[in-house]
Design a protein around this ligand. Structure first.
Ligand code: KG4
Ligand code: ZN
Length: 332
């Protein structure tokens, strides 16, 4: 079985080909960062227009990488939500159009289920159950993953996502947008204990996060004239400490011994190192898929579509709707 995946939920256009026997055959991604950078954030209308432009060429490139034709594809999965409505519509329409022409079944995939299961594309892949920490520009969630389609949200950010906090702090330091990686680079030249930033919500029970106060503390430190490298290092340290406290709590609560890190912030090296040490000390294991599978991609969408199809799960008809707001818990 060979499945095409289409991802257009935000500012990455992606097309992938996944084969249930041979694995991932193509993983084409086009990032729109250059389109949105001068606006300091994603402009939904521009995102949708760029997806429409790029989808056909990415499909051609993906088929070339996979060395196959449309005739050898059996089904198509597309990101149905959550995400930007106009952006989601472009991918859904593209997938439904192809499917109508080729007679394929279609599978509307939940973007976050894609992120959670993306590590299954890597080797060694984690066995169920595991704790997933999803940290991206739009999400900060701790999820108990019992099996395919069995997800319980244990905690999430009540305001800014981790990546958003990185990006907003980076912007305050003039590091451009999205500046998460640049902030982390700068942090290497600073001292993580230079400024005592708060570890938000660690002093009370529960698994929710809050990162908007940290951004305010960063702006204050900058106004006070603290060296940017120290601000960056102390900020990063505060974020990592906070995540470690909540992850430890979640592991104790669930008894899980495996941790999966997903989302764009999973590219953060100090975070990976801390979590690897944490899991090793607990006699467990941490799983970090390669960055290309952590950030938005269509490989994870094709994978979920293939898994769901194997469970006889597919769209009921050829009409389509997207779900810009779609709680993950509705899947269970
Ligand atoms: O999952 P992702 O590609 O897509 C969105 O959620 O949009 O995540 C992107 C986020 C951005 O906020 C970016 O600044 C952050 O991941 N990011 C990082 C690093 N690399 C990317 N944050 C901290 N350290 C990094 N090395
Ligand atoms: Zn994403």
């Amino acid at each position: 079985m060979r499945v095409l995946g289409i991802e257009t939920s935000c500012d990455e256009t992606a097309v992938a080909v996944y084969d249930t026997e041979r694995g991932l055959l193509a993983n084409q991604i086009h990032s729109q960062t250059a389109v949105h950078a001068r606006f300091g954030g994603v402009v939904p209308e521009l995102a949708a227009r760029d997806h429409v432009l790029k989808l056909p060429q990415l499909l051609r490139a993906a088929l070339a990488d996979a060395d196959c034709s449309l005739a050898e594809i059996d089904a198509v999965g597309y990101t149905q939500g959550p995400g930007l409505q106009g952006a989601l519509m472009t991918g859904a329409a593209f997938a439904k159009g192809l499917a109508a022409a080729r007679g394929w079944p279609t599978i509307g995939v939940h973007h976050l289920e894609g992120h959670i299961l993306a590590p299954l594309l890597d080797r060694p892949s984690p066995e169920f159950p595991f704790l997933a920490l999803l940290v991206s520009g739009g999400h900060t969630q701790l999820i108990a993953v019992q099996g395919l389609g069995e997800y319980a949200l244990l905690g999430e950010s009540i305001d800014d996502a981790v990546g958003e906090a990185f990006d907003k702090s980076a912007k305050l330091m003039g590091l451009g947008y999205p500046g998460g990686a640049a902030l982390s680079d700068l942090a290497q030249q600073g001292r993580g204990d230079a400024i005592a930033f708060p570890r938000p919500m660690t002093d009370r029970p529960g698994l929710d996060f809050s990162f908007s106060g940290l951004k305010t503390a960063v702006s204050l430190a900058i106004a006070q004239g603290q060296p940017h490298a120290d601000v960056a290092a102390s900020f990063e340290q505060a974020v990592i400490d906070t995540l470690v406290v909540k992850i430890t709590r979640a592991l104790n609560q669930t008894g899980f011994t495996r941790l999966v890190l997903a989302g764009g912030v999973a590219a953060n090296r100090p975070l990976r190192a801390r979590l690897a040490a944490l899991m090793a000390a607990r006699g467990g294991a941490a799983f970090y898929p390669p960055t290309a599978l952590c950030t938005d991609n269509a490989a994870m969408i094709a994978l979920v579509a293939a898994l769901r199809l194997a469970n006889q799960d597919r769209d009921a008809d050829t009409t389509f709707s997207v779900r810009p707001r779609w709680p993950l818990t509705e899947l269970s």
